[in-house]
Design a protein around this ligand. Structure first.
Ligand SMILES: [Zn+2]
Ligand SMILES: [Zn+2]
Length: 356
């Protein structure tokens, strides 16, 4: 099968490799679509290191496809069979370690990614317990959002979002707009801010009417935006702030604008690694909670699939590019240069017409 193997920074080779061999309880899937995650791009550019002992590395963890083979010899019943349309969930935790037992399989101390192969290839394999069946009403290129959306479901849960909240999402990229729709689906009021006016336009196209354009990156731009947010929230500021932007400065700004008793979720990883001088009297006197979230568990993934199937979170307008596997490198560059929004690799040119 064809697979995009990564040997090191900017060394991506499309080559023939053997199809994955199935173990007990596993399925072989003909991959039809795989989303490009910024974390894949960091592996490509060398900002993040390839996992030791796994070079060349096959990346891609947001994938969907059609089951072609299943190996189950025991009495385990499974709805997954050849022909099933599925979204793959890379998380396959041990279920036994302390973190798994406490409900945090995303922190499983054993290798929780080992059993699901990378998605930038023609075929992949996964345990049937890591596959979610999807209806034909959900195109594969949209189903790949299940993984990033599951991360957002986890993030919102850790931010304790309720219908009573004014939620501010900082950053109107693909992930920010997943968060915005998710908070709205939970009944909260949502405001989105960004430096890019065209991204806020996309937010409004998704029905997120309240947007704040940060006019310039200098402190004046943020001061004006903070004032606007206070006016929109009866002077108190947003109750919950989701930071979906790669900037340590906006975390500081979030501490300034968040309402008393509010929560700030540091959702985006910061590259390069960044530090912040925090006035902890603000944390103390405003009774602010600063939390983070990373990855998800199967319950979050299940919620994400259902939100997509029911159309409570819409992702079609978040896809700016659909590329073929042979154009993967161009897709990586588009994400690295922040051109457009989400880039999805489609193995068969896409189920539905979309600009390449
Ligand atoms: Zn991802
Ligand atoms: Zn575990």
């Amino acid at each position: 099968m064809l697979a995009a193997m990564l040997y090191g920074p900017y060394q991506l080779h499309l080559e023939q490799v053997p199809k994955p061999e199935l173990g007990e309880g596993e399925a072989l899937i003909r991959i039809t679509a795989c989303g490009i995650c910024p974390s894949d791009v960091r592996l490509y550019t060398g900002q993040a290191r390839l996992p030791a002992g796994k070079v060349p590395f096959l990346a891609g963890h947001e994938w969907a496809g059609e089951v072609v083979d299943v190996r189950i010899s025991g009495p385990i019943p499974s709805a997954i069979r050849p022909g099933s349309r599925v979204a793959a969930c890379w998380l396959s935790s041990c279920g036994e370690c302390e973190f798994c037992r406490r409900g945090y399989p995303n922190y499983c101390v054993r290798d929780n990614r080992a059993r699901v192969t990378g998605g930038f290839a023609e075929y992949g394999k996964a345990p049937v317990t890591s596959l979610w069946e999807i209806p034909t009403s959900l195109p594969y290129e949209e189903a790949v959002f299940a993984e990033p959306l599951a991360c957002c479901v986890n993030g919102q849960e850790r931010s304790s979002i309720t219908p009573r909240d004014d939620v501010l999402v900082i950053g109107a990229g693909p992930v920010g707009l997943l968060h915005a729709q998710l908070a709205r689906a939970q009944g909260a009021r949502v405001i989105v801010c960004d430096l890019a006016a065209e991204r806020l336009e996309i937010a409004r196209g998704l029905g997120i009417e309240e947007t704040v354009h940060i006019g310039d990156t200098g402190s004046a731009g943020y001061r004006v935006a903070a004032q606007q947010l206070r006016e929109m929230t009866e002077g108190k500021g947003p109750d919950k702030v989701i930071v979906a932007a790669n900037s340590v400065g906006v975390i500081d700004w979030a501490l300034d604008v968040v309402a008393p008793c509010g929560v700030i979720n540091v959702f985006a990883g910061l590259y390069p690694e960044s530090r912040l001088d925090v006035d902890f009297n603000v944390v103390h006197y405003k009774q602010v909670t600063i939390t983070g979230s990373h990855d998800f568990n199967h319950r979050h993934f299940d919620a994400a699939v259902n939100l997509l199937v029911r159309g409570q979170v819409k992702v079609r307008k978040l896809i700016s590019h659909v590329v073929s596997l042979s154009k993967l490198e161009e897709g990586f560059v588009a994400v690295a240069e922040r051109r457009g929004m989400k880039v999805v690799v489609s193995m068969n040119g896409g189920e539905s017409a979309h600009p390449a």
